[in-house]
Design a protein around this ligand. Structure first.
Ligand code: ADP
Ligand code: MG
Length: 382
C-alpha cells in the first residue's frame, strides 16, 4: 500500500496559556512512501517523528494537510478503519493475558463482515507468532519473557490483522545492544517476507541506515532530505544531514572559497587559509567544510596539515586522531586503510578525496556543489 503525505501539519497549542508558544511538531510534510518498502523516519528527539507516525495511524488528527493510502483519502478515517498495525517502544502488552491472548486480542474485536471464527483466529495468531518466532511461547505471560521476546509479541499483535501499513515507533530502544542488532534484522526479514509497507521511526542513524529502503531525515518538524541511505550519506543536502549521518561523524572545519579553490582556516577577509582542493563552480565566500572520515589520504605532500594525537589500529582500518586549529570538533578523525604506515611525528598531512568533501554556505548551511558533485535525484518508485 502506497502512503502519501500531502502538506501534513500538526500544531499543538501551547500548554501554558500565558507565556507558552504553540509547537509546530510537523511542518508541511509532503512525500510518498512507495508500496512494499521500509522507510526509516529519522531525526533527533523531539523533531516530530512520533507525531508523524500517529497522524498516519489516525491516533492524532492533522491540523492541516491530507493523507492517502493508495488512492484513498484516509485523513478522516478512525484508526480502526485504516488497517494499520502499530508497535511502540515500550511493547504495551496486556500483563494479565498470555502471549496467545495478547495476539488474539485485536481479532476478537473485529465486528460485522470481518468477524472471524475461533479456529480462524487461532490459525492467524499462530501464523503471526511463527513469523516472529515465538510460537513456542504462546502460553506464557509477558512477565515471563525477555524484552526481545516481548517486542516480538507486540510485533505479532500488530501483524495479526494483516495491516496495510506497519508503523514502528522506536521499537528497539528498550533492548540491549546485541538484541537490538538481532531484532532489527528480524524486522527487516519480516518486512521482506510480508511485503507490508513499513515506517520505522528511530533517532539512531545507524539503525535507520542499516534496514531502510529509504530514509526521511527530519529536524524540528521540517523535512530535510529523503532518499536511499547511501545516497543521503554520499550527498547530504545541508550541514545538519551531513552531521547527523555517519559514525564516526563527519569532520567539520571553518574555511572559505576563493577563485574556485577551497581553503581551510583563514580569516573573514578570505585570506591566510590552507588551500586544500579545487572547487570548480563554487562562488567566493565563507563556508563550513565537512570531510567524511574516509575522505583523507595520508600524503606527505598533502595540503591539510594536522597535529597528530594518536593512531588507533583496528584490524582492517587505521583511525588517525589529530587536531587542527580550524576544526569545529575537538579532534579530527580520519579512517584509512591499514596498509598506510603512519610515521610517528608531530604532524600528519592529508590529501583529500573530492567526493568526500562537502561545502556548505556559512549562513544558510545549505550545500554548495562543486566540480562534478550534484544533488541526488529522488526517483519515484512504483
Ligand atoms: P519525536 O518522536 O521525534 O521525539 P514528537 O513527535 O514526540 O517527537 O514531538 C514533536 C514535538 O511536539 C515536541 O516538541 C513535543 O514536545 C511536541 N509534542 C508532542 N506531543 C505533544 C502534545 N500532545 N502536546 C503538546 N506538544 C506535544
Ligand atoms: Mg518519539
Amino acid at each position: 500500500m502506497k502512503v502519501v503525505l500531502q502538506n501534513l501539519t500538526k500544531i499543538f497549542p501551547s500548554r501554558n496559556k500565558k507565556s507558552g508558544e504553540e509547537v509546530i511538531a510537523v511542518n508541511d510534510f509532503s512525500f510518498t512512501i512507495p508500496d512494499g518498502k521500509l522507510i526509516g523516519l529519522l531525526g533527533p528527539s523531539g523533531c516530530g517523528k512520533s507525531t508523524t507516525l500517529y497522524m498516519i495511524s489516525g491516533l492524532q488528527k492533522p491540523t492541516g494537510g491530507k493523507l492517502f493510502f493508495g488512492e484513498e483519502d484516509v485523513t478522516d478515517l478512525t484508526p480502526e478503519n485504516r488497517g494499520v498495525g502499530l508497535v511502540f517502544q515500550n511493547y504495551a502488552l496486556y500483563p494479565h493475558m498470555t502471549v496467545k491472548q495478547n495476539i488474539l486480542f485485536p481479532l476478537q474485536n473485529l465486528r460485522g463482515a470481518d468477524k472471524m471464527t475461533k479456529e480462524e483466529m487461532l490459525e492467524r495468531a499462530y501464523e503471526a507468532a511463527k513469523l516472529v518466532q515465538i510460537d513456542d511461547l504462546m502460553d506464557r505471560k509477558p512477565s515471563e519473557l525477555s524484552g526481545g521476546q516481548q517486542q516480538r509479541v507486540a510485533i505479532a499483535r500488530a501483524l495479526v490483522k494483516m495491516p496495510k501499513v506497519l508503523l514502528l515507533d522506536e521499537p528497539l530502544s528498550n533492548l540491549d545492544a546485541r538484541l537490538r542488532l538481532q531484532t532489527r534484522e528480524e524486522i527487516r526479514r519480516i518486512q521482506k517476507e510480508t511485503g507490508i509497507t513499513t515506517i520505522f521511526v528511530t533517532h539512531d542513524q545507524e539503525e535507520a541506515m542499516s534496514i531502510s529502503d529509504m530514509i526521511v531525515v527530519m529536524k524540528k518538524g521540517v523535512l530535510q532530505q529523503i532518499g536511499k541511505p547511501q545516497d543521503v550519506y554520499d550527498d547530504p543536502t545541508n550541514l545538519f544531514v551531513a552531521k547527523f549521518l555517519g559514525t564516526p561523524p563527519i569532520n567539520v572545519f571553518n574555511g572559505y572559497v576563493k577563485g574556485e579553490k577551497l581553503y581551510i582556516g583563514g580569516t573573514e577577509k578570505l585570506e591566510d587559509g590552507e588551500c586544500v582542493l579545487e572547487t570548480k563552480g563554487a562562488p567566493d565566500g565563507l563556508v563550513t567544510v565537512g570531510i567524511r572520515p574516509e575522505g583523507f589520504i595520508p600524503d606527505e605532500s598533502g595540503a591539510l596539515v594536522c597535529r597528530l594525537n594518536n593512531v588507533e589500529v583496528m584490524g582492517r582500518d587505521v583511525s588517525i586522531v589529530s587536531t587542527h586549529a580550524a576544526s569545529a570538533n575537538a579532534t579530527v578523525r580520519s579512517i584509512v586503510d591499514a596498509d598506510y604506515k603512519i610515521a610517528a611525528g608531530a604532524t600528519v598531512s592529508f590529501a583529500l578525496k573530492p567526493h568526500k568533501v562537502f561545502i556548505f554556505d556559512k549562513e544558510t548551511e545549505k550545500r554548495i556543489y562543486f566540480g562534478d558533485q550534484k544533488p541526488v535525484e529522488i526517483k519515484e518508485e512504483n
